[in-house]
Design a protein around this ligand. Sequence first.
Ligand code: ZN
Ligand code: ZN
Length: 330
Amino acid sequence: MLRMVLKAPRTTLLAEVCPDPEPAHGELRLRVRACGVCRTDLHVVDGELPPRRASVVPGHEIVGVVDAIGAGVTGVAIGERRGAPWLGGSCGVCRYCREGQENLCDDPEFTGWTRDGGYADTVIARAEFTFPLPAGISDLEAAPLLCAGLIGFRAWRMACEGRKVERLGLYGFGAAAHLLAQLAIHQGQAVHAFTRNGDGAAQALARDLGCVWAGGSDARPPEELDAAIIFAPVGGLAPLALAAVRKGGIVVCGGIHMSDIPSFPYALLWGERRLVSVANLTRQDARDYLPLAAAAGVRAQVRSYPLSAANAALDDLRRGAFVGAAVLVP
Ligand SMILES: [Zn+2]
Ligand SMILES: [Zn+2]
């Protein structure tokens, strides 16, 4: 197999050829057809998520075809297309796992961080943490759904829980926001897209997708928002988003890593506004989201790179050199 390996934080990934791994009990081997490039991969490569092992293959938006099945796995067939997301395993016994919050598991496994991920032509995954993918969505378009789509969906469900959301703000209009915008618009919400100041390409994409407003992140939207979700890893957006939401509104931080949130006047939080984070995903999120995204016609805008160009894809993501989502193809 060919894989792109991170040997130490803040170094470039190295291409390595090694024998195909064999799936252990409860695992599958997938031939990777496409793997999305997520901002979390940048946090792994840059060491903002500290290394959990001596070296790791990043990548957790994996679309592959089952080509070997370990002992004890049922309900999966050779040749089946499946997706493997960020949550690569949970312990099943901690209080969070027992209470339906495996996203908060005390002893979790994460694809492309604690386990080798999909920047490779072959990957081993725990079978119970992979999902069949809806037909009619190409491998390239399906890959970003597995994290950008899923995490966006989890953040959105949290934003809509317990309040009527007609006007939604999305801060950082990259892979996650461009997918969530499609779903939210399909559900009748008026989506307001906040981008880096002067990012005309992202604002144009937002308008093309049907957002009612697009502007720089420090602009005040034309109307008060019911809820806002921050996808950019920029803590300074939190007070801006709080200032844009109505009383009883909510701001959900959707990233795994964020720069420090600056201090802000209590008045921004007053009026039962809430500032919360969303962490990881549960398998139920995936079961709920994938059919919903397919039915709503959610389609990723994709820029594809050959697997060997993984470093270039990461650099382009860091620089904001493309709109939509980057996907590696072995
Ligand atoms: Zn657990
Ligand atoms: Zn991700």
